[in-house]
Ligand binder design. Structure first.
Ligand SMILES: *Cc1c(COP(=O)(O)O)cnc(C)c1O
Length: 463
C-alpha cells in the first residue's frame, strides 16, 4: 500500500506512534540542522493545494531531523517531563474531537470533565477543595491569571476597581518576590501593567529563600499599600522552597496576597516523603503550576488555583448577549484569559486517573531518587564537582579540565552529541554549570546507568 492510500489521520498517527516507540533507541538530541528541516519545504505558498496525505507526510519528513527527545527517560534539560500513556492518548483524542471548551453550552463533555479534573487536581495537591481553578496554556499564563486575580483583590481592598478603572491613577502596588524567581513572573507582571519596577527582591533567608526578617521589614515599609508576595516552591537551580508555614501568615496578617510559583515544586505536596519541603503551602492565596512538567501530561497543561473565587471571576469573566451560560455546569471561560480553547483539562484528568494518589507520590519520589543517583554517579568522576546535590529533582554539576579550566559547556555538548542523554547548562555563581532535571515517568535505573556512562565518556574525551 502506498502512503497515499492511507488517510491523513492514519499517517499522522503512524508517524507519531513511530516517534514514541523509538524513544529508547533514537538519539535524544535532534540529529539534523536547520537546513535539513527546511530542505523538503517549498520556498513559497504552492499555487495549488496539495493532497492532504502528502501534506502530512511532507511535514513529518521535514520535522524528523529536528525533533527533540524530550519524551525520553534520558532527557534532563530545562524542566520538561514526558507524557504518560493515558495522558498522551487522551490529548490525541481531544485533538480529534476538536471541542471548544469555552462554555458548558459549546461542549458539555469538556466543561463537565474539566470540573472533574479540577476536583481531582485539588485533591492530589492537598489544596482546599473550595478553591477556584483555571486550566491555562502553561505556568507563565497561570501567573498572569492568578496575579490578575491578586491585582483585583488587593486594589479592591484599597477601594479601587481595576477592572473598570485600570491602573492609571490607581494606588501604587508593591510586589515582594523571591529573588530567585523564574522570569515568567516578571513577564506576567509586565503583561498586567504592573511592570517589573514594582518588584522588591527578597533573598536573605538562605540559599534560594526569602527571609522572615526581611519580609517583615518590607511589609512594614509598604505601610499597608496593596501588596502581593511571590514565593517559590522548588526553584529551578537549587530546588529550594520557601518556608511557607512561617512566611505566609506574616504576609497575610499585613493584608498581602501570597502567590506561589510551583511550576513543578507544588507537586512535592503530593508526595508524603517530600511534603515537608513545602509545609504550609496550602495557606497561600494562589498557586501556579504545570501538568506538562512533573505530572507528565503533554504540553498545554498549566493550572492556576486560588482560594479567592470571586477575585478570579471578577478579573476573567465576560458577558455577551450571544453567550449561553451553563447553569449548573461551570463555564471554563469565567476562569481563564482565553475565549476559544481546546479541551485541555482532559490530559490532566487522564494523568491523575492513570497514576492515582500512590502512583503520583511514587512518580515524584522516583524522579528525586534518580536525580540524586545521576548527580552522585557523575560527581564521582574525575573533573566533576557538585554545585547543588539534589534535595528534590534538580541538581547542578561543574566540569573542569586537568588545568582547572571550566569545560562544562563542552561536556554538555559532548553528552548531547552522543545521543545517549541530553542536558542544559546555566550560569551559577558566574560559572558555567550543568543542570540536572528529572521529571520523566519513564526514567529508570538503566537510564541512570547509561547517562553516567555517557558523562564518563564525554569527560574522558575532553580531559
Ligand atoms: C517552566 C517554569 C515556568 C514557566 O512555565 P511554562 O509552563 O513554561 O509557561 C515558571 N516557573 C518555573 C519555576 C518553571 O520551571
Amino acid at each position: 500500500m502506498s502512503p497515499l492510500d492511507r488517510t491523513p489521520l492514519d499517517l499522522a498517527i503512524a508517524h507519531g506512534r513511530r516517534f514514541v516507540a523509538e524513544q529508547s533507541t533514537r538519539s535524544v538530541a535532534p540529529t539534523g540542522t536547520r537546513a535539513d528541516i527546511l530542505a523538503p519545504m517549498p520556498a513559497a505558498l504552492p499555487a495549488t493545494g496539495m493532497d492532504p496525505a502528502a501534506v502530512v507526510d511532507l511535514i513529518a519528513r521535514a520535522a524528523e531531523p529536528g525533533l527533540m527527545g524530550n519524551l525520553s527517560g534520558r532527557f534532563f534539560a530545562w524542566v520538561k517531563g514526558g507524557a504518560l500513556p493515558a495522558a498522551h492518548a487522551t490529548d490525541v483524542m481531544a485533538s480529534l474531537w476538536d471541542q471548544n471548551a469555552v462554555l458548558a453550552a459549546t461542549s458539555p463533555a469538556s466543561a463537565v470533565l474539566e470540573e472533574v479534573a479540577g476536583r481531582l487536581l485539588l485533591d492530589a495537591l492537598h489544596l482546599p477543595e473550595t478553591c477556584a481553578y483555571s486550566f491555562t496554556t502553561g505556568c507563565q499564563m497561570s501567573h498572569a491569571t492568578a496575579l490578575a486575580a491578586a491585582r483585583n483583590h488587593v486594589l479592591a481592598k484599597a477601594g479601587w476597581d481595576v477592572e473598570v478603572d485600570g491602573l492609571i491613577g490607581a494606588p501604587p502596588l508593591m510586589v515582594l518576590a523571591n529573588a530567585h524567581r523564574h522570569s515568567s513572573v516578571d513577564r506576567a507582571l509586565r503583561l498586567l501593567g504592573l511592570g517589573t519596577g514594582c518588584i522588591v527582591p527578597l533573598g536573605g533567608g538562605g540559599p534560594g529563600k526569602v527571609g522572615v526578617d526581611e519580609l517583615v521589614a518590607a511589609l512594614a515599609a509598604a505601610q499597608g499599600a496593596p501588596t502581593i508576595v511571590i514565593l517559590n516552591a522548588g526553584d529551578l537551580n537549587l530546588g529550594a522552597s520557601d518556608d511557607f508555614a512561617r512566611l505566609v501568615p506574616i504576609a497575610q496578617a499585613a493584608g498581602a496576597w501570597v502567590h506561589v510559583d510551583g511550576a513543578f515544586g507544588l507537586w512535592l505536596n503530593a508526595c508524603p516523603s517530600l511534603r515537608h519541603q513545602v509545609a504550609g503551602i496550602e495557606l497561600c492565596d494562589s498557586w501556579a503550576t504545570d501538568g506538562h512538567k512533573w505530572l507528565n501530561t503533554p504540553y498545554n497543561a498549566g493550572m492556576a488555583i486560588t482560594r479567592h473565587d470571586a477575585a478570579l471571576k471578577a478579573s476573567m469573566r465576560m458577558t455577551a448577549s450571544y453567550l449561553t451560560e451553563g447553569g449548573e455546569t461551570r463555564d471554563p471561560m469565567d476562569y481563564t484569559p482565553e475565549w476559544s480553547r481546546r479541551a485541555r483539562a482532559l490530559p490532566t484528568l487522564a494523568a491523575l486517573l492513570e497514576l492515582g494518589r500512590d502512583g503520583l507520590a511514587d512518580l515524584i519520589a522516583r524522579c528525586c531518587a534518580h536525580a540524586l543517583a545521576i548527580h552522585d554517579g557523575i560527581v564521582a568522576l574525575d573533573g566533576a564537582t557538585s554545585i547543588a546535590r539534589p534535595i528534590m529533582n534538580q541538581g547542578m554539576i561543574r566540569f573542569h579540565d586537568r588545568a582547572g579550566a571550566n569545560i562544562s559547556d563542552a561536556v554538555i555538548a559532548a553528552i548531547n552529541a552522543s545521543g545517549e542523554a541530553f542536558f542544559s547548562g546555566t550560569t551559577w555563581a558566574s560559572e558555567r554549570t550543568m543542570r540536572i532535571s528529572v521529571c520523566n515517568w519513564q526514567t529508570n535505573a538503566d537510564d541512570v546507568r547509561r547517562t553516567v556512562a555517557a558523562a564518563e565518556r564525554a569527560l574522558a574525551g575532553l580531559r
